[in-house]
Design a protein around this ligand. Sequence first.
Ligand SMILES: Cc1cc2nc3c(=O)[nH]c(=O)nc-3n(C[C@H](O)[C@H](O)[C@H](O)COP(=O)(O)OP(=O)(O)OC[C@H]3O[C@@H](n4cnc5c(N)ncnc54)[C@H](O)[C@@H]3O)c2cc1C
Length: 318
Amino acid sequence: MRISIKGLGISGLYLYERLRQGGFNVSGFDIKRPDFYIPCAYATNLYLMKPFMSKIGVDFEEYVFHHAESIILAGERGMSVEFRSAGLVTFDRNRLQMDLMGGIAMKNDQDADIVVDATGISRYYLGRDPGDITYYTKEYLTDRSSHDDFYFLFLERGNGYLWEFPLDKGHFHVGVGSRVYDDLHRIDQQERIKITGRKIRMKPLFESARRGNIVGIGEAVGTVSPLTGEGILPSIESAELLYDLISHGSDPDEVIRSYTKKLRDRFSSYYQLSEFVERVQAGNLLRPSNLRYAGPISREMKHFGIDFSLVKAVRSLI
Ligand SMILES: Cc1cc2nc3c(=O)[nH]c(=O)nc-3n(C[C@H](O)[C@H](O)[C@H](O)COP(=O)(O)OP(=O)(O)OC[C@H]3O[C@@H](n4cnc5c(N)ncnc54)[C@H](O)[C@@H]3O)c2cc1C
């Protein structure tokens, strides 16, 4: 099987390395400048990321900037809850991706058996989906922050959140992501060294994860948590699902069919979490019927690396 990966962001690079090291006929192509500063807060769960990176021969700890000790989740009406870390770190995503990119001779293969759309927000090869939901984001690299550890400020009506995440050498990412464009002004008063941002996909698009021999991984198909916006690990996880099927299959059509099914199964909680966010946005946060989302919410926060307790969070809300 010949595989062509379009988009060498975090999921495309991971899949490329898995396939290359597994002896497959794989090529990769990306359009960005080598020194492009990746718009992302660079937070992930060390304990989950490490095993994936070691599969491609990367010692992830070498890239870690900051280990969380205390994580504050706050709301606009003054409530605030502190949680411990369950592996939350920031890491040098630019250096990691540059190192992985180093050895790749870029090739835009037109005749592959499987074309992987890993172009993230653009879905350049799969095409637009009419049901798509994206939020606006803006982020500053700065050396000032009002908190010295991880801080999340959730916006009214579940519109999104503002973050302050420590990096290394006294630097921070301070950013905001919201479905409301005007919320981007909320960080304007902050001093900055660099500014970045792009839209982020907040809806699973697993039903449109394939078009002919084109199949999507990562944010192109919506592997971004509708609750936290976490997209790094979920995108790598989707790449691993596809790798596993390619390495055990010989028929491209069958590989793609099994992959789209596995994608829906693995990320089925994203449908529930999307539903929960919609309810919050409709003003229905404290409804007893929301109890059914308790499990997926707690699991999602822990996946991101936060030792979350719903009871503690609800107590502070009330
Ligand atoms: C402001 C912000 C903060 C975030 N913070 C976090 C965070 O702290 N933790 C977290 O887990 N997630 C975070 N996310 C989400 C996360 O960054 C993404 O979901 C994740 O990078 C998706 O990985 P990917 O490989 O699918 O796409 P990307 O990493 O976005 O890669 C897509 C690649 O495709 C390339 N490309 C685009 N168009 C084409 C084309 N036509 N042809 C070839 N190549 C193309 C791009 O150059 C890029 O390299 C954040 C997102 C934003 C916007």
